[in-house]
Structure formats: C-alpha cells, structure tokens
Design a protein around this ligand. Structure first.
Ligand SMILES: Nc1ncnc2c1ncn2[C@@H]1O[C@H](COP(=O)(O)OP(=O)(O)OP(=O)(O)O)[C@@H](O)[C@H]1O
Length: 265
C-alpha cells in the first residue's frame, strides 16, 4: 500500500513531456548535435548549459521545429511530444509551435500595440469567438506573465515602447496566450538588467506549475536558481543530464566538472 503511493507520486512528478531519441543535427557538413537522447519532464524547468557553440540552441530549436526554417539544417532521429513524433509529415509546424512556444534572447515584440502582440496568436488559431473572449485571453496571458498591472491602462500603446524587461515579459505573454504545453526559452535574460532578470526568473518558477519549461542559459548561476534538471552539452554531445543539484555539486563526468568549475567554457 505504502509502496504504491510512493510509486504513484514518482510517476506524477516525473511525467515525460518530451522524449528525444538519437537526435543528430547537421548544418551542411557541420555535425552540430550528435546522437542526443533525453527525456524532458512536465511541470519542471530543464536547463541546457555548456560552452559557446556546443549546440544548446540548436537542440532547443529542434523541439519546436524552428530548424525547419534554416535551409542548411537537417534533423535526424526522433522527438516525441506526449508520445507523438513531432517530425511526422502530418504535423503542421505552425500548430506545433502553438503547443511548444518560444521566447528568444532579445525581446522581439511585434511593431504593434501591447494588446495586439498578445492577441496575435489566439487570433490566428481561432481561439476567441468574439472581442470579449479575446480580451479575456489577453488579460489572462498578461497576468500570467506578471505584466498586467503595469500595462492594463495602456494596452493600445506600442509594445516596443516598454522597457527591456517588460518587453521580454510581453513576449512571454505572447507565447503563453496560445496556451502552449511547453515553453522554450533561449537565453531569455541575456539582454536584461539584474532587476528585470530577477523578475523573469521568478516568473519562470511560477510558469513551471503549468508548463514544461526548457531554458538555454550561459549562466550557471541562473541554471542553478531556476531549474530542477540540467543537461550539460559539449561539442554537440549531451554529456550529462541529471537533477540540477547533482550536476552542480556532484557531477559524474569530468567534462561537466571542468565546466562548472570554470576550467572549460
Ligand atoms: N543557422 C545556422 N547555420 C549554420 N550553422 C549554425 C547555425 N546555428 C548554429 N550553427 C552552428 O551549430 C553549432 C552549434 O551552435 P549553437 O548556436 O546551437 O550552440 P550554442 O551552444 O547555443 O552556442 P551559444 O551559446 O554561443 O549560443 C555551431 O558550430 C554553430 O556555428
């Protein structure tokens, strides 16, 4: 009886959202990702760390097929989202990207109003029957991104007029407005000051209650602060993947040890 409860709980906390099996990525002749297999859990933050050029962003972009847009890129292997192959010919990448949202390094609001930035995705995907429903979706997404209080009185103002940290939270609101299941973040704080970084990190911690979050970061301190799982990449290989605490206190691979102690990077 007791054992059953334990195993039930483990299953719940470790539910796999994304499973990558034997993934290779090539840009022409450049073999950027080499035979990577990894399970990414639901309702957790997974950090990808590693030296510049090791393939973190390339692998992240495989998860919502952003590499489809790079002419020289070829992706081999399998990536499953809830057990379904996202590279299956029947999968529409636009629909996939509504389920697997992305936030980029540099805040990139559209040259539109704050409202329209958030309403854009829900409109395309026909999520609202009328203006009142769209208003509700926009409000919910802006609240989710901890921005509502700061912008509710100026929704018609341009998104590009906000501060850098606010723009990044607007991009997070835009990403969550389509109710994704996974949120990919490629160095989301690298263009932000320390206060805005702290706000976005706090937000990431809240978002994991609802989503599987995957974040690429150059900052080991940030990975340690925001993630529960960490994957260390080196020269296109996934060297080590474990609980974040373990990666930073007791890694098994000497390459991970060298990276976290600052000897490579
Ligand atoms: N669009 C692209 N076209 C061609 N080659 C690319 C492209 N993007 C990345 N690469 C190459 O793929 C390899 C991995 O790069 P990637 O940007 O994924 O690494 P990264 O670990 O995210 O690096 P960084 O931390 O510097 O962003 C590098 O050799 C890089 O030059």
């Amino acid at each position: 009886m007791f054992d059953n409860r334990i195993s039930e709980r483990r299953t719940m906390t470790n539910e796999i959202k994304i499973r990558a099996e034997g993934v290779d990525v090539y840009y022409g002749d450049n073999h950027a990702i080499k035979d990577v297999s990894v399970d990414i859990s639901d309702k957790m933050v997974t950090a990808f760390i590693g030296p510049s050029g090791c393939g973190k962003s390339t692998f992240l972009r495989c998860i919502n097929r952003m590499n489809d847009t790079v002419a020289s890129a070829r992706v081999d292997g399998t990536i499953l989202l809830d057990g379904e192959d996202i590279y299956d010919k029947r999968v529409d990448p636009v629909q996939l990207r509504a389920r697997v949202g992305m936030v980029f390094q540099k805040p990139n609001p559209f040259p539109k109003s704050i409202y329209d930035n958030v309403a854009y995705g829900p409109k395309i995907h026909g999520m609202a029957k009328n203006r009142a429903e769209l208003d509700e979706i926009v409000e919910k997404a802006l609240k989710r991104a901890a921005l509502w209080g700061e912008v509710k009185d100026r929704l018609a103002a341009p998104g590009t007029g906000l501060s850098g940290g606010q723009q990044q939270r607007l991009c997070i609101a835009r990403a969550v407005a389509t109710e994704p299941e996974v949120l990919l973040m490629d160095e989301p704080c690298s263009a932000l000051d320390p206060i805005a970084t702290a706000q976005v990190e706090e937000l990431i911690d809240e978002l994991r209650q609802d989503y599987s979050v995957v974040i690429v970061t150059h900052s080991m301190q940030q990975a340690a602060r925001v993630s529960q799982r960490t994957a260390f990449f080196h020269l296109g290989h996934l060297v080590e993947f474990d609980e974040t605490d373990r990666i930073f206190t007791n890694p098994t691979d000497p390459r991970t040890e060298s990276y976290i102690s600052g000897r490579i990077g």
